[in-house]
Design a protein around this ligand. Structure first.
Ligand SMILES: Cc1cc2nc3c(=O)[nH]c(=O)nc-3n(C[C@H](O)[C@H](O)[C@H](O)COP(=O)(O)OP(=O)(O)OC[C@H]3O[C@@H](n4cnc5c(N)ncnc54)[C@H](O)[C@@H]3O)c2cc1C
Length: 423
């Protein structure tokens, strides 16, 4: 075993990093084997022409308990979004504000022409309901689709289509709102409790902060694992590595390939286009939503309005997110996106320069009702074999971080001699 490592962690996304860090903090000697050319998995930032491009638009909800526990938020220098959004109704933009988090926003929220006055009071009631007790209790109890849940709570089509669908559809990467109402309630609470932010230097700073706390030699990149057995892994090069335990921290579909006991969780896809704009089309750190539901763009953000470091001086960085994997090639998709946002912002969008398009086939595992039953799936596969990643709990940074720690704790107590069934 090189460098005397004793636990092999397959995958250097945030779950694998959180797992390795918890092992290291407890005195173990983990080795991360990462297939890619760097750590972070789905949370990476590329530098292109002086712009910081996150691999797909993504944010951290600061209230996520495990992120708060593990990350040094001050060092990340988190930059918050405005607590609300600007929604395109087809004729004009209307602004939604979380009146509880932005005093003075109550009037804007209550006068926004999306949804009835009763809908707005229902939002206040929902907020009060989800803020009761510990967040974990929201992942228990009755489960149904988010859409059914909203209808059962009396919300009308105006506010569902104009706000919930683009906003939570953007968060859950599914505008059909078929995701589990448990995850919706949990995420709704997180939005109500804390800022929605990006690190000043990009989302990729999150895994880099974790990696920076591991000792030298604890991460091997470009080391694809092709086979896993209790205590043994085989790399694509044919090299065999041994340890007292192996933790598979890959994304769900790859975990299913490496570990026969794990079902493929299915995939939600997304596509993100970045543009260099001479001037920002919006003022301030505001999320912009498509309230028409016609697409292709569901949500748009001028990330440099949130953290100026995302763009070189005098330029703005626009991210436009389309859900799924559009069939058009990059040229046709760029044209369709610009055609849509020209109706929002006028002909100045024709001055934008397309920087890059990210198509992400597996952005999140599918989280239909029932998937969080139990809310925390087992991380123990058997003696010497463990699993973690966002497919073990909520499909989020919180789920990935927390499952990583659970796997580390299971390794440390030597769990698995009497394995309970996994799925
Ligand atoms: C565009 C987008 C937007 C998102 N938005 C948000 C958001 O706003 N908030 C939020 O909380 N979450 C969001 N998410 C989800 C969040 O990013 C993920 O839940 C989280 O990053 C998953 O981490 P992970 O470590 O479980 O998996 P991954 O990040 O997928 O890491 C798995 C790692 O394993 C490696 N690997 C795979 N196979 C092998 C192998 N055979 N051998 C070695 N290594 C291997 C991969 O290269 C990868 O580095 C978003 C995701 C995307 C893509």
């Amino acid at each position: 075993m090189p460098h005397g490592h004793d636990v092999l962690v397959v995958g250097g996304g945030v779950a694998g990093l959180a797992c390795a860090l918890a092992l290291h903090d407890a005195g173990a000697r983990p080795l991360i084997l990462e297939a890619g050319d760097g750590v972070g998995g789905r949370v990476r930032t590329d530098l292109v022409d002086g712009f910081q491009l996150d691999r797909g638009f993504q944010v951290i909800l600061e209230a996520y308990p495990e992120c708060r526990r593990v990350l040094d938020y001050d060092a990340l220098d988190l930059r918050p979004f405005y607590p609300g959004a600007q929604v395109w109704t087809g004729r004009e933009f209307v602004r939604f504000t979380d009146p509880f988090r932005r005093p003075g926003g109550a009037l804007a929220a209550l006068t926004a022409p999306l949804g009835s006055m009763s809908d707005k009071l229902r939002v206040a009631r929902l907020r009060k309901e989800v803020l009761k007790g510990s967040p974990d209790t929201l992942l228990e109890g009755p489960d149904r689709s988010t859409h059914e849940y909203l209808r059962a709570h009396g919300f009308g089509p105006g506010i569902i289509d104009g706000f919930f669908r683009p906003f939570f559809g953007g968060v859950l990467l599914n505008t059909r709102l078929t995701d589990s109402s448990r995850i919706f309630r949990y995420v709704f609470r997180m939005f109500s409790e804390g800022n929605t932010s990006v690190p000043r230097k990009g989302m990729g700073e999150i895994p880099l902060q974790l990696a920076g706390r591991l000792p030298q030699g604890a991460i091997r990149i470009q080391a694809r694992v092709v086979e896993v057995k209790p205590g043994v892994v085989t790399l694509a090069s044919g090299e065999e590595l041994r340890g007292r335990a192996v933790v598979v921290a890959t994304e769900g579909p790859e975990a299913a390939r490496l570990l026969p006991g794990i079902p493929d969780p299915g995939s939600k896809s997304t596509t993100c286009l970045y543009f260099d704009a001479p001037r920002s089309p919006v003022r301030g750190p505001m999320l912009v939503l498509d309230g028409e539901g016609k697409g292709p763009v569901n949500h748009l953000a001028v990330v440099s309005e949130v953290s100026p470091d995302y763009a070189p001086p005098g330029r703005s960085l626009v991210s436009a997110s389309c859900l799924g994997l559009p069939k058009e090639d990059d040229g046709a998709l760029t044209e369709a996106v610009l055609g849509q946002v020209e109706r929002w912002f006028g002909p100045r969008v024709r001055e934008w320069r397309h920087l890059r398009t990210y198509r992400i086939p597996h952005a999140q595992p599918v989280q239909d009702p029932g998937v969080l039953d139990p809310p925390e799936r087992s991380v123990v596969m058997g003696p010497g074999l463990f699993v973690c990643g966002d497919h073990r709990e909520t499909a989020s940074l919180q789920g990935a971080f927390h499952s990583g720690r659970r796997a580390a704790e299971a390794v440390l107590v030597g769990a698995g001699s009497d394995p309970s069934p996994v799925g």
